[in-house]
Ligand binder design. Sequence first.
Ligand SMILES: [Zn+2]
Length: 765
Amino acid sequence: MRDLSKAMGSLENCRGQLSQSPILSFQEFLQEVIASPQRVIRNVYQVYSDMANSLVCDGIDEYGEDPESIGFLKYDCTKLFVDGADRAFFADRLFANRLMRHVDSFKVGAKQNKIYIFDGPHGSGKSTFLNNLLQKFEEYANSPEGCRYEVVWRLKQDHLVGGVHSLNSLTQKLAWVLENEGKTELASEMKCACDADKDLGGYFDVPCPSHDNPLLLIPKEIRRQFFDDLFENDEFKWQLFTEKKFEWIFLEEPCTICVSLYQELLKKHHDPYKVLECVYARPFVYNRRLGEGVSVFNPGDKPLRQNVLTNEVLQKKLDAMLSGSKHVSYIYSRYAKTNNGIYALMDIKSHNTERLMELHNIISDGVHKVEDIEEKVNSLLFALMNPEDKKLLDDLQAFSDRVEYINIPYVLDLQTEVDIYRENFGKHIDESFLPRVLHNFARVIIATRLRTKSEAMEEWISKPEKYEMYCDTNLQLLKMEIFTGYIPEWLKEEDVASFTAKRRQSIIAESEKDGWKGLSGRDSIKLFNEFYSTYVREDKLIDMSMLRKFFRKYCKEDRNILPMGFLDSLLRMYNFTVLQQVKESLYYYNEEQISKEIINYIFAVNFELGSVENCEFTGEHLEINEEFFRRLESRLQIEQRNAAAFRSSVQKSYTTLALPQEMLRDGLPITETALYIHLYERYTYNLKEKVLEPFLKNENFRRAVKDFDLDQFRTYDNKIQSDISFMIDNLQKKHRYSRQGAKEICSYVIDNNLAEMFSGTTAKK
Ligand SMILES: [Zn+2]
């Protein structure tokens, strides 16, 4: 026979993982309760909601100042769904808001005998979502921050019932090995055997299979008084006695095993104090693989071999201690293991359908029978569901009020959709695109998921044609911005004004119907891969023409995938936006400079042509001649023949209104006079609207843009060189273009005559 001692000896290295968690006497436990009551007195719903809140920071409202804001918040779910996960899950803004509302409902602490069903189409990432959520729950519940306690009875061993102690440590080692090989069921049984068989110097431990909080062993009728005496009259005590989330600690009974043990011991000792001396507390250790605290069932998981669990060794010891009678039956069901924990079904199909029906019966009654013993189930119940399986529940009317659906459709917020591409292909993909083009890819994908008709949008904007320069006729592009939490600047004032809280609510509420069709998460990644690998190049950034070409081809294969004209609208919105960017960059508003120019002009109209003066407001030395006046007048679009009339109207306004009334009488600075404000607005509007005109008519300018960064660029005159460098520089600084990208976008605007196409549509900021 081969010597196994060496092989088995190596298991010693894993001793740390076998080490026992600290066990507290009931008194020590109470000290712990006093020290951190908020942590120890929590049921599973509270722990779940605390976990979510500790990993997801408070949401941000970008429009917090807006009185019509509906608190549609930006949540960062990275710590919950991305960090440390095998596969990241991305919650879009709509889903994150839905999820946090669900989490917050537990904070209030209403009675929860419900099944939460996460309902979404194939490929919406449901199972990744649930896996990551449960992983984080398990980590949190096992951390000091999330730790709670459970009952373990420590009873005096009857010397007649001997254990097989010598085998114990080996059994434990085997249990550990089995667990790590995924044979969790066997391992779990072995662990139970170990629990029952620990050598505690004449004592043995009886763990509560339902993971009861030890406080439940204080008889219900005296709990109020007990807590009143236990805590000082502080804020916590007030909360404990008044808040709904603590109701359970006054109402719940321990499990049948604990109750009958308590009664039997009371019979024996005639002293509740002595009984509580047998009650110990140990940290409730969650272990999804062993089904302790967290259990997840797949549709293919076979029904369990045995529904009723017992522990013969423990039962024998209990019987011996309690004088041979079998007053305490140590039997429980698999549901006990997730009492105070989470029970989850991955997809309602096959065997999970039966499990769901069983759950339904249990939550309807709150308890179920294990042989002739009643067992209560207080678990957080989750299930995932595909739309086609929903009809199954329709047959069960009774389910309706026991089930709460939380929709988890395809991603509808473009920021999140782009984050998914970055996660799958690397953050460097941004560098291969002109700004906005990557987001436009996401816009196309999301458009396939949206319904074309939206009652809420129609009710708000009855004539969508007015936005044809920047948006599609179904207003899908506008809806996407709203789903992302953004109110676009091109919206007309009257529509911003009528974008009331009520309308916002109904648009967000309508989102529940979107995201059930179109390209799934998997499809979009596949498509992005195809697109990216086709067009990525070292020397040329991916632009809109490539995007159009790609999707035009795709639409030919599937004509119904996108609404008619969507790609054209997307391009128009893009063109409009980049035109604004280029204009702004060519003459970036130097507010201080503009202000000085206007003040100098107002001052100078009071003097004869040819005079030289120091402006009393700006202190600047002014040579007041025709050229001086023309500089500002051309900015204001004053034609030469109207110049004299304009100058005299400015002078008149200054000498009759601005100076005597606003400035001298009312004490306003010149920059707050009506005259100044009018000139300033006209100046900046014209600047933006007309800024490109002189340049675009200039063939040299057009050619110089294309020669930028090449040797021949130095052959253009200095003014053109500096204007172009200034523009390219601003595009990089203000709109995140690369140097190459900035040059490409300028050529794009010039080649496509965008300035002419959009003349008269400058957005007023
Ligand atoms: Zn119990």
